[in-house]
Write a protein that binds this ligand. Structure first.
Ligand SMILES: C[S@@+](CC[C@H](N)C(=O)[O-])C[C@H]1O[C@@H](n2cnc3c(N)ncnc32)[C@H](O)[C@@H]1O
Length: 273
């Protein structure tokens, strides 16, 4: 019991120390998830207490960068939840085609799989050339990987299946060159993409957008931080703009529920009211 209480205190102190020292704000992330991530990090660092981890990250910025990999969960895949991308293609794209130019914000883009998926979909629908994509994340290592667009060949078979289920119109292999164990994605896909460091916890809106995709990010936030993010999205989206979330995320319990209406409810696609 006392041990658990100590661990809770140490966890709060660690999160506070990270905020004070590095300005990364995890204070309003879901407690259970942060606890799991830190426990995992402790095992990898081979440390016994969270206090020891705090001391390490306070005095060693490279240890903090390592810890950030645990705290940010850089997991993604191409055309993740293919039904979602199919719904974007069928229900959202026809409406996007009515705009002369488009700005799309992919918030929490991780290592870029979602960005390349969106770019491929837009290219096939004739929209990529008139679109600017802002791809943002707080993890600089993930952003660097996203910029390179090189993904493990091991995953390509699964991505190919997702692509086809998502209504892909060509051969998935048209978009990359295979080199040993890697697939190097066509750099024309990211010609209109700006990758940038942006935190939904601490930063503000930077542009008006027509569509925002924020998938599998808000599940790690508490309700207060989710509402902060929804506030940013509401402010950034143009009149009748689109907001798309991950399969386990919803606007249903947020303070912004009435500011959006579902367009394809089961695929978490909303439109600004
Ligand atoms: C599980 S990944 C989701 C990746 C991608 N959106 C997808 O659905 O496949 C979660 C991402 O959210 C990012 N993230 C966490 N906190 C964030 C914040 N405050 N602002 C922006 N991105 C954040 C993490 O760095 C991580 O890359």
């Amino acid at each position: 019991m006392a041990h658990e209480r100590n661990a809770e205190i140490e966890l709060r102190l660690l999160i506070e120390a990270i905020y004070l020292k590095y300005s990364y704000d995890f204070r309003d992330y879901s407690g259970a998830s942060v606890k799991r991530r830190v426990a995992h990090a402790l095992r990898q660092f081979e440390l016994k207490t969270i206090s020891a981890l705090q001391e390490r990250v306070l005095h060693d910025p490279s240890a903090f960068m390592q810890l950030l990999q645990f705290l940010t969960i850089p997991v993604s895949e191409m055309f993740r939840d293919p039904g979602h991308f199919l719904a974007i293609r069928q229900e959202v794209v026809p409406l996007l085609k009515t705009y002369p130019s488009l700005k799309i914000w992919i918030a929490g883009c991780s290592t870029g799989e979602e960005v390349y998926s969106m770019a491929i979909l837009l290219r096939e629908e004739g929209l990529l050339e008139r679109t600017i994509i802002y791809a943002t994340d707080i993890n600089p290592t993930s952003l660097e990987k996203a910029k390179q667009g090189i993904f493990s060949m091991e995953n390509i078979r699964g991505y190919n299946e997702n692509y086809l289920k998502a209504g892909g119109k060509r051969l998935f292999s048209d978009y990359y060159t295979a080199a040993y164990d890697y697939a190097i994605f066509d750099k024309s896909l990211r010609e209109n993409v700006t990758f940038a460091d942006h935190s939904l916890a601490t930063d503000s809106v930077f542009s008006e957008t027509q569509l925002i995709s924020c998938r599998n990010v808000l599940i790690y936030f508490n309700k207060k931080l989710q509402d902060r993010a929804f506030g940013l999205f509401h402010e950034s989206l143009c009149h009748r703009g689109f907001l798309v979330l991950g399969s386990k995320e919803t606007l249903e319990f947020s303070g912004y529920k009435d500011q959006f209406e579902p367009l394809v409810k089961q695929e978490r696609i909303y439109r600004k009211s």
